[in-house]
Each structure stands twice: as structure tokens, then as C-alpha cells.
Design a protein around this ligand. Structure first.
Ligand code: GCW
Length: 720
């Protein structure tokens, strides 16, 4: 009797651990659909077998479909190996002739190499759904897409979908160090267990590849841009190979960061000068060695002559000399050299926002065809809001790759719920006027405006070994949104959020609408309580956690806050107009004219481009000081509303995930108040004006906030 009871308890514990709602499954949840009507309809359309080709990728696709369909609908479909139907999966009673007849060449011609078709076919009383593509990986993308239709409970009665990615390289950048710390990582340690590789294959590597494939990501840079040359040694390359072998069937190529001084550090050379014969040969041989392990290696990502990283300028050579050195070595293998434009120097008295254009523009057209210049979305550094980077509109003879940050270094890290699709889209939809009106950033990044052969977009990953991958459950939405937008930047933030919510939580209509709205507003709310009206770079020293607009007198002026907000008795903001640093002139004239004119400049960028008097009247009639206060207070109110909204859905979400988000929203509330109070009190020392009467007064002093210390805040290298 006793034993039986114990057995039951153990069984219960076992079952509840299987069903633990800890977020590990991400958006790839295939639980039985509860809506009977939807289910009945699916049962009409899904029956019989799946026919498939023979490659690893096709096997993965069919297993995903078998599992997904079984889980979501309860229907058992059996995979059936049929080589003659290569690169096509059929859901339904199999009839080869009918299917072949129905996949027309002209349709296939409308998709690109990674695209897919999903089509319903009715003929001779037979009904099939086919998923077809030019390549195996296209079939896998199509399979995930089909499953997402079921997860989001859409009709599959008359499918006629043609879908292709718009950008070629859709890549995650991991800022992961070999000791497993993650620079600007807020979700635990690195998921790469370098020590145990290559023999020990963590199940997570497979789940990682699967999750990325499900949203169309096709590349991953495994290592930090603040690079360690050791990853290029034989021992580590064997570890990299093990990961590449796992990722390959999921369509994911591996890239590495290349430390420019590697020829010295691991090659025993005296120099890393890109013009030195020995250096040129060293890189050639190193690249050959890499490809001997990883035949489809993607290439290198390089941060050079930036924030202390070595680079060609150490030898009086240029960025073009450095990038071309690596590009030449990679070319025979079809690899690419991705060279970052995130460069600025403290020795240079020029406005930091201008330095990338100054350094790179002279080399437009001088980079090899297999070089991509990876440019952050804005000219400073992943701030809550920045105008688009002027480089996008000024280098029409260069492959320009976008770099977004999915990790929320400056956007509340892993304690704030902030949905980043609106931020990504704001930049992609900006008009650079490079070739007249409608020269959007997205069409520069996808290569269409300048007819580039290659195109790319990168997202600095927010992934770590936390059980839910991203620290904050809603951080998963940003990984998801990055992949979705990299595939198709025309999707709306709303569409992406709705799909994610349905796949991750529930199809309950009220819940979906309400949470989607909350997500969409979340970024603007954060801008309000952190950096309203174009303020930027006023966060905590070094760890970048919390507000510190008072930071000054550091070894580098461009790492202080006062450098950026320039508050004084007259006003606040960085004068980047023609009368100031003239950063506006790096934009094309139509854009520059607007940013330069205080009346025309969009108010969200006001203090980015102008030093504005405290009494300046804004469009709504408020004077600047009051408006700054109102924005900070509105931001906090919005976080309160997010809390209320989430708490009203206790019955819709399982308790584990509900509480996870609830606790974090509570922290976000405290931190939003902290940002508001610290900033308002600090800026008040310059404006010398009262906080508007109708607003509650901060309950702490400025000194209190200035004395807060966070010696162990996450995300910085312990060796710093
Ligand atoms: O955002 C800043 C970060 C650094 C980072 C750097 C970069 C990897 O604070 O940690 O270094 O940008 O993008 O190179």
C-alpha cells in the first residue's frame, strides 16, 4: 500500500516535470488543439501519409510534421520514403502522377532557393496538401510554416502559399566567450559548452538549430566580436566542426569571429600587417584548414580597431585592406568576410555619431564582392531609439549588412518586457533618399536598391543556458521577431506578435489582442521612462544597468553620459545641426534638412539633433522641461497598465509562466520608477524648474540614486 502511494507520487512528479511550463519549448509547442470545430476541419484535410525524399533535412521535416500533426490534432501520419518525389512532402493519400502534374515549373520558378510552396490540390476525388521547394531546406521551412498555420488555428482548406526570404544571410551573432561568459548576456551562461565539445553533444544544440530553422535563421556566429584567437586553433576548430555538423541539416551555417592579431597570437608571426606575405599566407592556410573541417563554413565576422580590438590601422592600413585580406582567403570557398562599421575613437574629437561614415565612406566600392559591412541600426549603440545610421544612405557600392541587438543591453536587459519588432521596423522602414524618395533602409539591406549579389542581417543573440533560453519569456518574442523580419521585413509588428502569442501561449482572442497591443506599445513606453525625446546613452557605467545620466570624468569622454545629453542651465540635447557637430550633413539632403530644422525635426529625435532650451514650446504646447517630466511619468504609468493587463489573464496562462512574467513585470515597474526619478531629479539640477504640480514627487533623493552600486550586474566579462 505504502509503496503504491509512493509510486503514484513519483509518477505524478515525473509527469509534472514533463509538462513543466518553463518556457523551454519556445514557440514550438504542439499541444492538442482544444477548439473542436477547428479540429474537425483539420481532420477533413489531414489524412494518410507523408511522402518524402531521403536527405537528413527531409527526414527532419517529416518527423517534425509527424510529431506536430500528432500533437496538435491527434492524427497519426506516417512518414513514407519516396525518393521520386524529391523535395516535396505530401499530406494526404499519395498519388505520384497527380502530384507531379500539379507542381508546375512556373510556380517553382517564383520562389528562390530557400523558398517554399504550400498548396492544396483537389483532383479525381483526391485531396492533398503539398509542401514543395527547390532545395531540401526550403521543404523544412515550408514544414515549419505549415505547422505554424495549425498552431495559430488558420484554415488549411485552400492553401496556395509561395514564400521566399528577402535577405540572404539571416544570422545570429553570439557575443559568447570561450569561458562561457556572455558579453551583454542576461540569460545565464553560453549554451556552447566548449570544454565538453566535440564529444559531448548537448541536446540543446539540436533544439537551438530547430528553433532557428523554424523562423528561417540560416547562420550563426558562435563567438564574441571581442574575439579570442584560440577559437581558430585546431583543437577548437574540431569543436566548431561538431556544432556545424549538427546545424547543417537545419540549414544553418557556422561563422567565427576572427581576431585580427591571430597570426601573431596563435601563428607565431611577428606581425598581422595585411600586406605582409607571411600574414597573407597564414590566413589562406587557416581558411583552408577550416574548410577541411567545415566544408560549408560561412566566413568571418570582424571587429577591428574599435574599443581596443586590433586591426589593420595598427599597421597604417585601412579597413578595406583588412577586410579584403580575409575576403581573398575566403573567396575560393565561397565564404564571406563580415566587417563591422562599429568604430569610433576617443582620440578623435569628432562627434562619435559621425565617425563610422568618416572612416568607411572613402572606401565605398573598394571592398571585395564577398565583403559585407555590418552596420548597427543607429550611429551610437543600440539605444532605445536612434535615427537610422547615415551609412545606409551613403555607400551605394558596398554590401551593407544590418546589425540589430536582440539582447536588450540598453532596453532593460532581461527584466523588462520590451517587444523589439517596432524598433527593428522603424529602422528598416526609414527612407534614406540615397536614390531619391523611397530608398528605404530595408531595400539597401536586401541588396535590391544597389543590385548587390549578397545581402545580410544580423541580430546579437539574447540566448543563454537559462531554462527558457532568453531569461525573460518575452525575450523569446524578440528572437522570433528577428527571424521573421529577416525573412520578410514587410510583416507587421502586430502580425508577428499575434503569431508568437498564439504559438507560445494561447489562441484565446481576447488574450491575443490584448497582449499583442501591450507588446506593441512596450517599446515606446520604455523610451518614455528611459530616454524620451531623443535622449540617449544615459545608462549605468559599464554594466549599462539602470539610469546614470550623471556619469562624467571617465577615461573616455564618449563613454560618459554628459557627453551625450549636454544638459546645462540653458537647455539639453546634443547639437548635431550644421551649427553644431554637423552630423546631420551625413544624411542625404532631404533627410538632413528635416533633422537640421528644430521645427521640422520629429520630436522623438529632438534632443538627438538639437540642444533645446528648457522653455522651448513643443507641438502640444508644453514647454520642454514639462514635457520631459510628463514623458517619464507616462512611461511609468504604462508599465503599471502592463502589470494590470497581465494580471487579468491569470486564468488563461499556466501558473508557472504566468508567475514568471508577473514577477518580472513587478521588477520592471520598480525599475521604471527608478529611471524616472533618477533622470527627472538629475535634469532638474540644470533646469531649476519644478516638476509639474499634478505629478507625484520622487520619494528618494538624487543622491540616493547616485549611490546605488551593482558590482555583480550581469553581462560584463569578469576579467574587465
Ligand atoms: O554595445 C557595445 C557593448 C559592448 C560591445 C560593443 C560592440 C561586444 O557595450 O559590450 O562589445 O558594443 O558592439 O562591439
Amino acid at each position: 500500500m505504502r509503496l503504491k502511494f509512493l509510486q503514484i507520487i513519483l509518477l505524478f512528479l515525473f509527469l509534472s516535470s514533463i509538462n513543466a511550463e518553463n518556457g523551454y519549448r519556445l514557440w514550438l509547442r504542439y499541444d492538442l488543439i482544444q477548439d473542436q470545430k477547428v479540429l474537425e476541419n483539420y481532420k477533413k484535410d489531414i489524412n494518410g501519409i507523408i511522402a518524402l525524399g531521403n536527405s537528413e533535412t527531409i527526414k527532419i521535416s517529416s518527423m517534425e510534421l509527424v510529431d506536430g500533426i500528432k500533437g496538435l490534432t491527434g492524427i497519426e501520419v506516417l512518414p513514407f520514403n519516396q525518393e521520386s518525389l524529391n523535395r516535396t512532402i505530401v499530406i494526404g493519400n499519395y498519388n505520384e502522377e497527380i502530384i507531379k502534374k500539379n507542381i508546375s515549373k512556373s510556380e517553382i520558378a517564383q520562389i528562390n532557393d530557400e523558398g517554399f510552396l504550400i498548396k492544396s490540390i483537389y483532383e479525381e476525388n483526391k485531396k492533398f496538401i503539398i509542401i514543395s521547394a527547390k532545395t531540401d531546406i526550403g521543404v523544412l521551412y515550408g514544414s515549419f510554416h505549415f505547422l505554424s498555420l495549425l498552431q495559430t488555428q488558420q484554415s488549411i482548406e485552400n492553401l496556395d502559399i509561395k514564400n521566399s526570404p528577402k535577405i540572404k544571410l539571416r544570422v545570429l551573432n553570439h557575443w559568447d566567450n570561450l569561458d562561457r561568459t556572455v558579453e551583454r548576456g542576461y540569460a545565464g551562461f553560453s549554451i556552447w559548452d566548449w570544454h565538453k565539445l566535440p564529444k559531448f553533444i548537448d541536446k540543446r544544440y539540436i533544439e537551438y538549430a530547430r528553433a532557428n530553422a523554424s523562423i528561417g535563421i540560416n547562420g550563426t556566429v558562435l563567438t564574441n566580436v571581442n574575439a579570442n584567437a584560440i577559437v581558430l586553433t585546431k583543437e577548437y576548430l574540431q569543436k566548431v566542426k561538431a556544432l556545424a555538423d549538427i546545424f547543417r541539416p537545419y540549414g544553418i551555417k557556422v561563422y567565427l569571429t576572427a581576431r585580427f592579431s591571430a597570426p601573431i597570437e596563435i601563428g607565431g608571426l611577428k606581425t598581422a600587417d595585411p600586406f605582409d606575405e607571411n600574414v597573407i599566407n597564414w590566413w589562406k592556410e587557416k581558411v583552408q584548414e577550416i574548410y577541411s573541417y567545415i566544408p560549408d563554413f560561412g566566413g568571418f565576422l570582424v571587429k577591428a580597431n574599435s574599443e581596443g580590438q586590433p586591426g589593420p590601422q595598427n599597421y597604417n592600413r585601412t579597413h578595406a585592406d583588412g577586410a579584403n585580406l580575409l575576403a581573398d582567403a575566403l573567396k575560393p570557398f565561397n565564404g564571406v568576410a563580415i566587417w563591422r562599421a562599429f568604430v569610433y575613437s576617443n582620440e578623435n574629437p569628432e562627434d562619435r555619431a559621425k565617425q563610422a561614415v568618416i572612416e568607411f565612406k572613402p572606401f565605398d566600392g573598394k571592398f571585395r564582392e564577398n565583403v559585407l559591412i555590418q552596420t548597427k541600426n543607429g550611429a551610437i549603440d543600440f539605444q532605445p531609439r536612434e535615427p537610422f545610421h547615415p551609412l545606409f544612405g551613403t555607400m551605394s557600392n558596398t554590401n551593407l549588412m544590418m546589425e540589430f541587438q536582440i539582447a536588450q543591453e540598453y532596453l532593460g536587459q532581461a527584466t523588462h518586457l520590451v517587444y523589439l519588432a517596432p524598433l527593428f521596423k522603424e529602422c528598416l522602414d526609414s527612407d534614406t533618399y540615397a536614390k531619391g524618395k523611397n530608398s528605404f533602409v530595408k531595400n539597401i539591406v536586401d541588396g535590391s536598391l544597389n543590385n548587390n549579389k549578397i545581402s545580410g542581417i544580423a541580430g546579437v543573440a539574447n540566448i543563454g543556458n537559462d531554462i527558457n533560453w532568453t531569461g525573460h519569456l518575452f525575450g523569446q518574442a524578440n528572437w522570433f521577431a528577428f527571424g521573421k523580419l529577416a525573412w520578410n521585413y514587410n510583416l507587421t509588428s502586430k502580425e508577428i506578435s499575434e503569431d508568437w502569442i498564439k504559438m507560445t501561449f494561447s489562441n484565446d482572442e481576447m488574450f491575443v489582442n490584448s497582449i499583442s497591443e501591450m507588446m506593441i506599445n512596450s517599446r515606446e513606453n520604455l523610451v518614455d521612462y528611459m530616454t524620451p525625446l531623443g535622449l540617449h546613452h544615459i545608462m549605468g557605467w559599464d554594466h549599462h544597468y539602470g539610469p546614470s545620466p550623471w556619469i562624467k570624468d571617465k577615461p573616455r569622454a564618449d563613454w560618459t553620459s554628459v557627453y551625450y545629453h549636454k544638459a546645462d542651465s540653458l537647455g539639453i540635447g546634443f547639437d548635431r545641426t550644421k551649427k553644431g557637430s554637423d552630423a546631420v550633413s551625413q544624411y542625404n539632403k532631404e533627410v538632413s534638412k528635416i533633422f537640421n530644422d528644430i521645427e521640422e525635426c520629429p520630436e522623438e529625435y529632438l534632443l538627438w539633433f538639437h540642444h533645446v532650451s528648457w522653455n522651448y514650446k513643443l507641438k502640444n504646447g508644453n514647454k520642454l522641461w514639462d514635457e520631459i517630466c510628463y514623458r517619464y511619468y507616462d512611461g511609468v504609468n504604462s508599465v503599471n497598465k502592463m502589470n494590470e493587463k497581465w494580471n487579468s489573464f491569470e486564468n488563461v496562462v499556466d501558473s508557472e509562466r504566468f508567475n514568471h512574467v508577473k514577477m518580472l513585470l513587478d521588477i520592471q515597474k520598480d525599475e521604471a520608477i527608478w529611471w524616472r526619478n533618477a533622470c527627472v531629479l538629475y535634469f532638474q539640477t540644470f533646469s531649476k524648474m519644478e516638476i509639474p504640480n499634478n505629478l507625484e514627487k520622487p520619494n528618494q533623493t538624487l543622491e540616493y540614486y547616485q549611490n546605488l552600486k551593482f558590482p555583480y550586474a550581469p553581462g560584463i566579462k569578469p576579467t574587465w
